[in-house]
Design a protein around this ligand. Structure first.
Ligand SMILES: N[C@@H](CCC(=O)N[C@@H](CS)C(=O)NCC(=O)O)C(=O)O
Length: 222
């Protein structure tokens, strides 16, 4: 079997855990190196990812160093998922998987991330900015919910890297809304999305990573 891949990660940030899910799904050996946010935007980590963000991987089997979670999970799937359990070789399915993965990377991650920023970290609490990004979360959920009407998965009849990519931001929605939790009722307002999320998070590999992330968050607090 292959040598373990090094995954540069962080206890709370969702993007490295997206990669961990795919590593776990494909049973690829890996070790996690947790980097403090304070150490990301300076050497030595900047040598691994010049953008100073996690995730990044180093794969000793191929010699590649790679950042950007979407690119990493495509790499892992193409390199290690020889039977295409998490993707398709047929068209249009393989392009639709890319479509949804790009939507996750550009339409879900950054908007949910800004919602976190403006509700938890910004120096001023600006209601209009919070509204903008909380409304975007609802809009993204509505897009997914409408697409998933009558479907089990985003593309075709199986879970792919696209479905798996959404999980680690989705599990944060409750915390992001926080005190404004009464403004969203996922099960009632987005039932197709809700059923899909339940389906994906029931997968053993996904469950394991959700538990690993909770454990990492708990120990980071101590
Ligand atoms: N587009 C990047 C985003 C990576 C990202 O924003 N990572 C967060 C953790 S989830 C991070 O490193 N934040 C630290 C910072 O911005 O300084 C990806 O998907 O890999």
């Amino acid at each position: 079997m292959s040598k373990p891949i090094v995954l540069y990660s962080h206890a709370t940030g969702p993007n490295p855990w997206k990669v961990a899910i795919v590593l776990e799904e494909l049973k690829i050996p890996y070790t996690s190196k947790f980097i403090d946010f304070a150490d990301l935007k300076k050497p030595p980590f900047e040598k691994v990812n010049i953008n100073g963000r996690v995730p990044a991987i180093e794969d000793p089997n191929t010699g590649i160093t790679l950042s950007e979670s979407g690119a990493i999970i495509e790499y892992l799937q193409e390199t290690y998922d020889k039977n295409n359990t998490l993707n398709y070789t047929s068209s249009p399915e393989k392009y639709l998987v890319k479509q949804w993965l790009h939507f996750q990377m550009s339409g879900q991650g950054p908007y949910f991330g800004q919602a976190v920023w403006f509700t938890k970290f910004h120096s001023e609490m600006i209601k209009s900015a919070q509204d903008r990004y909380l409304n975007e979360i609802k809009r993204v959920l509505s897009v997914l919910d409408r697409h998933l009407e009558g479907k089990q998965y985003l593309v075709g009849d199986k879970a792919t890297i696209a479905d798996l990519a959404f999980v680690t931001w989705d599990t944060m929605i409750g915390r992001i809304f926080g005190e404004r939790g009464n403004e969203i009722n996922i099960e009632k307002d987005y039932p197709n999305y809700y059923a899909w999320d339940q389906r994906i998070t029931a997968r053993p590999a996904v469950k394991k990573i959700i538990a690993d992330r909770q454990a990492a968050m708990a120990s980071a607090k101590h």
